[in-house]
Write a protein that binds this ligand. Structure first.
Ligand SMILES: Nc1ncnc2c1ncn2[C@@H]1O[C@H](COP(=O)(O)OP(=O)(O)OP(=O)(O)O)[C@@H](O)[C@H]1O
Ligand SMILES: [Mg+2]
Length: 340
């Protein structure tokens, strides 16, 4: 269990929109949820990461009152998932992992019908349907039956449907799986817009890039248990250390620099690799002290440095390290500049 108490993007304060304690759900001998604790602060996005079968959809279904947990406790907007399902449903929106629109109805009819089911007045339901079709670039397809939509169009319609009632809490279960990059970006924009307007989002995903784009905090779940949590950079720093990237003014000095570091035997600095093609020296480090020691050593030896940066491991590498499984996307390492 990797547990972290600091956070990158936002202070960890404010009321929770979602609180989950000791949630358990078994299917026969399968422990789909095996004692899950998590909080989602109001107005933030919690990214729930996990490999196939981790329990993500089961969690979303419990929090949507679609299934009843075997044990534990969960509230959404203060409503208990077991004792107050009706009130709870009025505050949430759900985009399930599998499309849930009515195939025979047109896109517009689907949205209008959901608006009416949510007790919106006719006029409001109509304008909401128009507005959301527009937002998700579906206006041209508004009158076509959903069964004639492409996979991406259906997903967008699904998302629009979950937003009809302007829910305070939105669950997105792998919302962009199977979408092309342009549509994925549209979905991300829309989610960010909802959050800017005050919504709280619980997002499950297997795309690390999506988690990086949208989530304030991450929770990694595997075999029904939380195995790590924290901000994106916290998880990266915790799991993989960093790589120091040093560009000397004179590339010809790379081998001598690597040798100097290896011979100096700095505490905890295992090695240094010169990559002449890139004009860079790579040094794996685990702490700021090691960073300072390496730069100090090179300065003391008279090497002139043109650029220094550190790179965190990619979130994919973090996911692999924590769960032992590959995620569904490849994200490049993100260099963090520390000096020029
Ligand atoms: N209705 C069900 N009946 C029996 N077993 C189920 C049922 N729903 C889920 N499970 C099992 O519970 C575990 C968790 O499944 P869940 O669908 O929550 O995983 P997930 O994290 O959403 O996976 P994926 O990434 O593939 O969507 C799996 O082992 C799954 O086979
Ligand atoms: Mg799922």
């Amino acid at each position: 269990m990797v547990d972290m108490t600091r956070i990158d993007k936002n202070p960890r304060s404010g009321p929770n929109a979602v609180e989950v304690r000791g949630l358990v759900k078994h299917y026969g001998s399968t422990k789909a949820l095996d004692g899950v604790d998590l909080d989602v602060r109001e107005g933030t996005v919690l990214g729930v990461l996990g490999p196939n079968g981790a329990g993500k959809t089961t969690l979303v279904r419990c929090l949507s009152t679609l299934i009843i947990p075997d044990a534990g406790h969960a509230t959404v907007a203060g409503y208990d998932v077991v004792k107050q399902p009706r009130q709870l449903r009025r505050t949430i929106g759900l985009t399930g992992q599998y499309a849930s629109v009515d195939e025979k109805l047109s896109g517009w009819e689907n949205l209008y019908m959901i608006g009416r089911l949510l007790d919106l007045p006719r006029r409001t339901a109509r304008s909401r349907a128009d507005e959301l079709l527009e937002r998700f670039s579906l206006t041209d397809a508004a009158k076509r039956a959903a069964m004639d939509y492409s996979g991406g169009m259906r997903r967008r319609l699904d998302l629009a449907a979950s937003m009809i009632g302007s829910p305070a809490v939105l669950y997105l279960d792998e919302p962009t799986t199977g979408l092309d990059p342009r549509t994925r970006n549209e979905v991300w924009d829309e989610v960010q817009r909802m959050v800017a307007e005050g919504a709280t989002v619980l997002l499950t995903t297997q795309y690390m890039e999506e988690a990086e784009q949208l989530a304030n905090e991450l929770t990694v779940i595997d075999k029904g248990r939380i195995i790590a949590r924290g901000g994106v950079n916290e998880l990266k720093a915790k799991v993989g250390g960093r790589t120091l990237q040093i560009r000397p003014s004179d590339p010809a000095q790379l081998p001598a620099m690597a040798q100097a570091i290896r011979e100096a035997g700095l505490d905890g600095v295992a090695g240094a690799q010169a990559v002449p093609d890139e004009g860079l020296l790579y040094v794996p480090i685990l702490s700021d002290e090691q960073l300072t020691a390496v730069i100090g050593l090179l300065g003391a030896r008279g090497f002139s440095l043109a650029h220094v940066a550190t790179a965190l491991p990619s979130l994919d590498e973090v996911f692999l390290a924590i769960t032992g499984e590959k995620s569904s996307s490849v994200t490049d390492t993100t260099p963090e500049e520390v000096a020029a």
